[in-house]
Design a protein around this ligand. Structure first.
Ligand SMILES: NC(=O)c1ccc[n+]([C@@H]2O[C@H](COP(=O)([O-])OP(=O)(O)OC[C@H]3O[C@@H](n4cnc5c(N)ncnc54)[C@H](OP(=O)(O)O)[C@@H]3O)[C@@H](O)[C@H]2O)c1
Length: 283
């Protein structure tokens, strides 16, 4: 199998390149390809002629997307369109990495693939548009991931939540974390492994929720990080409204997969966190 990974230098992208290493895997960094540039996109993908293209590229700073909706749509929607149309031309399977932020969070229970999306932020709206463009390609997967933590750290966000907590915890800082936003913490190594299994198994085209199992609020996530590291910082809850962030966030955006339904065995996020802390040499 010949697979191109767009966003290969990113948090999820590096793990995708690792797990697909046994195949003919073509890592494409932002220097190699600009998804918003239709001509360049076509040129690069046509030349490489992969059978599968995984598009992890995104403008995913959620608050910055509110300030710059043009860029959000160029990368997350038009970029997805360009990649999907190039895939159609070269007869490749198009894999788009999407997000739990396509939901409004009002369900109060984990979202499955059959739940109707209803994004509340520019980021979520632009990613949902990217999903629709991707779904126009006959062979496609929309893989929704959430609250990622991976060894490389998100290039667009300058790290990840676990790293930020480790740094603050070790520095003995007073730490406040929101307790009213719930999600599915997901290790990029595990997400990449699941994406590989779905692709290898040639599952039917469509949407798949690709997260670790279980859910928690960000405060509990922080608490578990400190628990596993045996750190006891001054950790206190705050409400999301106190952060005065530009973008609305879904209050409960945990995902689960009714399509995979345990098919490939997904770890609980606490076990995945242990895996991450070991990989980073913290444990
Ligand atoms: N991080 C999360 O918690 C989270 C949660 C839900 C969904 N997601 C989705 O998961 C995917 C991967 O996230 P991540 O955390 O791995 O992000 P990341 O570390 O920022 O990786 C994204 C990669 O895409 C590249 N890129 C950005 N804009 C591009 C463009 N216009 N053309 C080509 N390449 C471009 C970036 O390169 P440069 O840095 O050099 O620009 C970066 O290497 C994204 O699609 C995101 O929407 C992430």
């Amino acid at each position: 199998m010949r697979i191109a990974v767009i966003g290969a230098g990113g948090q999820l992208g590096t793990d995708l390149v690792k797990v697909f290493g046994e195949y003919d895997c073509l890592p494409l960094t932002h220097q190699d390809i600009e998804v918003a540039d239709r001509e360049r996109c076509y040129e690069v993908l046509k030349k490489l002629a992969p059978e599968v293209v995984i598009n992890t590229a995104a403008f995913h700073q959620v608050d910055a997307c509110e300030d710059d909706p043009g860029r959000a749509f160029m990368v997350n929607a038009v970029g997805a369109k360009n990649v999907a149309e190039a895939c159609l031309e070269i007869n490749a399977t198009c894999v788009f990495i999407s997000t739990d932020f396509v939901f409004d969070g009002r369900k109060g229970a984990p979202y499955t693939e059959s739940d109707a999306p209803s994004p509340v932020s520019t980021y979520g709206i632009s990613k949902l548009a990217g999903e629709f463009y991707t779904r126009r390609a006959p062979k496609h997967y929309v893989m929704r991931v959430a609250s990622l933590f991976g060894a490389a750290g998100a290039s667009g966000k300058g790290g990840n939540f676990v790293e930020a907590m480790v740094k603050k915890g070790r520095a003995g800082e007073k730490i406040s974390v929101v307790d009213d936003l719930w999600m599915s913490p997901t290790y990029t190594g595990d997400a990449a492994g699941l994406i590989k299994k779905i692709t290898e198994a040639k599952m039917p085209s469509g949407i798949y929720h690709v997260t670790n199992s279980g859910q928690c609020c960000w405060l509990d996530f922080a608490g578990e990080i400190f628990n596993q590291l045996n750190l006891k910082p001054d950790l206190s809850p705050i409400k999301s409204v106190q952060l005065k962030q530009k973008a609305l966030r879904p209050a409960f955006s945990a995902l689960q997969s009714e399509k995979l339904n345990g098919l490939f065995g997904v770890r609980h996020w606490k076990d995945a966190l242990t895996g991450y802390l070991v990989e980073k040499g913290y444990l």
